[in-house]
Design a protein around this ligand. Sequence first.
Ligand SMILES: Nc1ncnc2c1ncn2[C@@H]1O[C@H](COP(=O)(O)OP(=O)(O)OP(=O)(O)O)[C@@H](O)[C@H]1O
Length: 229
Amino acid sequence: MLSVKDYHVAYGQSEVLHGLNFDVKPKEIVAVMGRNGMGKSTLMKSLIGMIPAIKGEVQLDDVDLTLLKSHQRVSKGLGFVPQGRMIFSTMTVKENIETGLTSTGEKIVPNDLYELFPVLEEMRNRRGGNLSGGQQQQLAIARALASKPKLLLLDEPTEGIQPSIIREMARTLKKIRDTRGLSIVVSEQVLSFALEIADRIIVLEKGEIVHQEERATLNEAKVAAYLSV
Ligand SMILES: Nc1ncnc2c1ncn2[C@@H]1O[C@H](COP(=O)(O)OP(=O)(O)OP(=O)(O)O)[C@@H](O)[C@H]1O
């Protein structure tokens, strides 16, 4: 469903991603792993259209997204949970989710989002900035799901989140995949989280894919070696 081909991304003259090739299948969860600075966030930001590719292409269900802006990519079926969550802190929980509705034309937050995250319903009139880190992460996921994506991109969702909440997040993301039938690409440094949720792991090193392996047959030590400094 997602197809990334010969994908090059640069900041000015400095190329950071050097021709990535990978696919994501329907309902598949792929974890993109790598140490700090290896290009994970650049890839996620580029897939959602915040940083254009200088070469290569990205397609979702055979629709070419390569030249589209972020909001157009969202209406074609990509959802994005940014690093650091980027909640609008002075807006209420409900208003934050509503910002995700613009591409669907719906006006009211669908009930199934509150069913998925009951705490957000309880707190719907609180300001986003007053939520805990874990609650803000749920809000960022709900906001992304409001646009009814076919594929959800999450950039380092475990960053700054307590271990017990990380396990809960893994369960929730799998439930979202199972009930909504979407695919997920998550950039991640925490191997235990990736092992918990991913069907496949891709390792990035200095802007190149150096390893790809199905979870079922994964050699954990090999992936761990790539992640150690
Ligand atoms: N705005 C920018 N301008 C120039 N170079 C950048 C910019 N953002 C990132 N880089 C560089 O691009 C490379 C990849 O960074 P990126 O943030 O994608 O890595 P990462 O794997 O997501 O790391 P982290 O886990 O720290 O977020 C690094 O060398 C970084 O210094």
